[in-house]
Design a protein around this ligand. Structure first.
Ligand code: DX5
Ligand code: ZN
Length: 214
């Protein structure tokens, strides 16, 4: 499974160092959580953080937009250095347009669903995305508990992918540790985001190895 450490739980005063640490530890992606204090009750990073980190890291940047009307931000995050841009199904009435804008900006499109959204709501969009992100907590904060009731969505997405011959990656985000990642992997997830499990530890590299060993 690919591992995408989330810098939401990194030491922000030493962000460059913390990114290097996971890069050297074999992380596959860097997960960057963007929150607008509106779609989710928290604020986090803007385009400046993505741009500055871009100059320091070769990792694939997986930018998770937890913002209302993501259409307004896609071009700016693309220009700042995002490789994959994730937009929430719940964040705009025009989700297809948002996905198309990501492709027009030359980036990989990721469709994200909150715990309250079922796979049935997004089946018509699955042919147009490179990645689907199943939230396994309510978005907005790191360090929350994994919701096992989301696992069936991973299975559904894996089934549709096999039946239809789609190539999208299935990513999970929220409450991932060395136990919960095993359940997600078994259900068909291909990428796991991990914030607190990686960074709330003296040695992030050890934590990444634990996740990779599953
Ligand atoms: C939550 C974010 C997550 C968060 C995960 O809204 O989307 O990416 O950083 O943190 P953990 O791994 O601590 O649940
Ligand atoms: Zn995230």
């Amino acid at each position: 499974m690919k591992i995408a450490p989330s810098i939401l739980s990194a030491d922000i005063a030493n962000l460059g160092r913390d990114v290097k640490r996971v890069e050297q530890a074999g992380a596959d992606y860097l997960h960057i959580d963007v929150m607008d204090g509106n779609f989710v009750p928290n604020l986090s990073f803007g385009t400046n953080v993505v741009r500055q980190l871009r100059g320091q890291s070769y990792l694939t940047f997986d930018v998770h937009l937890m913002v209302e009307h993501p259409e307004s931000w896609i071009d700016e995050f693309a220009a700042a250095g995002a490789d994959i841009i994730g937009v929430h199904y719940e964040a705009t009435p025009h989700i297809h347009r948002a996905l198309r804008m990501i492709h027009e900006a030359g980036k990989k499109a990721e469709l994200v669903i909150c715990p309250g959204t079922s796979v049935a709501m997004i089946t018509d969009l699955l042919s147009d995305v490179e990645q689907v992100l199943v939230m396994t907590v309510d978005p907005g904060f790191g360090g929350q508990h994994f919701l096992p009731s989301m696992i069936h969505k991973i299975k559904q997405l894996a089934e549709i992918k096999a039946q239809q011959g789609f190539a999208y990656e299935i990513e999970v985000d929220g409450g991932i540790n060395d136990q919960t990642i095993a359940q997600c992997k078994q259900a068909g997830a291909t990428i796991a985001v991990a914030g607190s499990f990686v960074y709330n530890h003296e040695t992030p590299a050890i934590q990444i190895q634990k996740l990779k060993a599953v």
